[in-house]
Design a protein around this ligand. Structure first.
Ligand SMILES: CC(C)(COP(=O)(O)OP(=O)(O)OC[C@H]1O[C@@H](n2cnc3c(N)ncnc32)[C@H](O)[C@@H]1OP(=O)(O)O)[C@@H](O)C(=O)NCCC(=O)NCCS
Length: 200
C-alpha cells in the first residue's frame, strides 16, 4: 500500500520509490527525476550534433524537449514499458550536467536498458561512471532487477569505455541491425547481471 504520494511532472509518484530516489547521491552528484524546468538545460546539450550523433532522439526545438519530458517520461520508475529519465546534477540540485534514462519492460522480464548523456564540458571527469554506479545500485538492490543492458554504436568509443568501466560484458555485435541517420548501422550490446554487480 502506498503511504506517501508526490506529484512529479503532474503524475503520481509513490512514496516508496521516493525513498529510494532520495538516496541516489554520491560525494559529487545527485540524481533526481527530470522536471519541466530542465527543458532549456536539456535542449542546450542534447541539440548539439556531437552529443546526439549516436542517439535516436535528436531534438530540433525546445518544444521537442517539452514534448519529451511531458509525454515520454513518467513520474515513477519501474512501470512496465516506460522510460524513466533522471537528471544528473552536481551536488547543487539546480546544476544539471546530464541525464540518464532507464527503460523498463514487462514486469516478468526483470531487465532494464540504460542510456546516458553528459554535457560536453562535463565529460572526461568521471561523472557518468559515478552516475551509473548509483543507478546500478538502485536497479539491482532497490528494484531487485536481474539484468541491465545498454546498446552502443561501435563508433561511440567513450560510451564503450564507459560500459567496460562498469564491468559490463560485450554480449553481441549485430551487423547493420539498425536504420539510423539514413543508413544501416551496427549495434553492440553490453550487459551485466545482478550477481555480477554484487561482486564488483
Ligand atoms: C557516453 C558518455 C556519457 C561518457 O562520458 P565520459 O565523460 O567519457 O565518462 P565519465 O564521465 O565516466 O568519465 C570517464 C573519463 O574521465 C576520466 N576521469 C577524469 N577524472 C576522473 C575521476 N575523478 N573519476 C573517474 N574518471 C575520471 C576517466 O579516465 C575517463 O577517461 P577515458 O574515457 O578517456 O578513459 C559521453 O561520452 C556522452 O554523453 N556522449 C554523448 C551521448 C551518448 O552517445 N551516450 C551514449 C549512448 S546511450
Amino acid at each position: 500500500m502506498v503511504k506517501q504520494d508526490k506529484i512529479i511532472n503532474g503524475r503520481q509518484h509513490t512514496g516508496n520509490c521516493k525513498l529510494f530516489l532520495e538516496n541516489l547521491k554520491s560525494k559529487r552528484i545527485i540524481l533526481r527525476p527530470l522536471l519541466m524546468k530542465d527543458t532549456r538545460d536539456i535542449f542546450s546539450y542534447r541539440s548539439q550534433a556531437d552529443i546526439y550523433q549516436f542517439q535516436s532522439w535528436q531534438p530540433k526545438t525546445i518544444v521537442d524537449v517539452e514534448n519529451f519530458i511531458e509525454s515520454q517520461i513518467v513520474g515513477e520508475p519501474n512501470l512496465p514499458n516506460t522510460w524513466f529519465q533522471l537528471a544528473i546534477c552536481k551536488f547543487d540540485p539546480d546544476e544539471l550536467i546530464g541525464d540518464c534514462g532507464l527503460h523498463f519492460f514487462e514486469k516478468e522480464s526483470s531487465q532494464v536498458e540504460i542510456g546516458i548523456t553528459l554535457k560536453q564540458e562535463e565529460q572526461g571527469l568521471g561523472y557518468a561512471t559515478e552516475a551509473l554506479k548509483l543507478v546500478f545500485n538502485f536497479v539491482f538492490r532497490d528494484l531487485k532487477k536481474h539484468r541491465i543492458f545498454g546498446s552502443v554504436d561501435p563508433n561511440n568509443r567513450a560510451s564503450i569505455r564507459l560500459m567496460e568501466r562498469m564491468r559490463m560484458r560485450k554480449e553481441a555485435h549485430f551487423i547493420e541491425s539498425i536504420w539510423f541517420n539514413n543508413r544501416w548501422s551496427d549495434d553492440i550490446l553490453y550487459a551485466i547481471l545482478d550477481r555480477e554487480w554484487k561482486t564488483t
